[in-house]
Design a protein around this ligand. Sequence first.
Ligand SMILES: [Zn+2]
Length: 271
Amino acid sequence: MPELPEVETIKRQLNNRIRGRKIKEVEVNLPKFVRYPLNQFKKLVKGAVIKNVKRRAKLLIIELSNGYSLVVHLKLTGQLVFNGQNNKHTHLIYTFTDKNWLVHNDLRQFGFVKVVAKKDLNSFFIKESFGPEPLNKEFTFDLFKSLLNKRKKSKIKPLLMDQKFVAGIGNIYADEILFRAKVLPIRKVNDLEIGEVRKIYQAIKEILTLAVKKRGSSNKDYVDTKGGKGSYSFLQKVYQRKNKACFKCKAKIKRIKLGSRSAHFCPQCQK
Ligand SMILES: [Zn+2]
């Protein structure tokens, strides 16, 4: 699933590519993809200018000139490709008045587009109750500590992936963050030493910042708006490296089940 670095990459690229463009029409191949009455959606989108593209957690918010926003979740396999090819997984095609276009593909069809009026956007996100944005200045070490204090019995990896705890981290980056912090994914919050908590906090900032710079990870279906792959996959130390040698100590990377997901870690480097 696209996580913070991937969605942030798409957000930045969309701002370069579609901001200021006017939508001439929208073609909807899969009506269930649009969580809004279809005729109203088409009317609303037609003639609107893209004002800005924002991100909150793993959601994209495409602000239109008419006071509405398209809230897009890419879920597992969503792609937004500028002037991309129309294939059997293309569910939406926005055509702009300058003849450029944007396709929304989604192989597994778990993604969606919602329409939210500007005045309702705040309450929409309050309802979602996302945790803080880890790359924002507001996400300080003190805040991280106080949030952990409320979740003492949680295991650290599932907690990092809990969108209500902190926004945007998923399976890939939780594994990579804990490897950098040298903490095992199964550790409970109340067993962590303060030095480890600090290392996890620093790793969150460092790993996510670097991953945004590398335009995310393309282990599966993720591509950016140019159809290009993110290069952070090449920097991954543990994620999807089961039985391969740890780059640091040569021990075999392990993969275990943890809750409904998996976790990758080095049994020697991480304690
Ligand atoms: Zn190791």
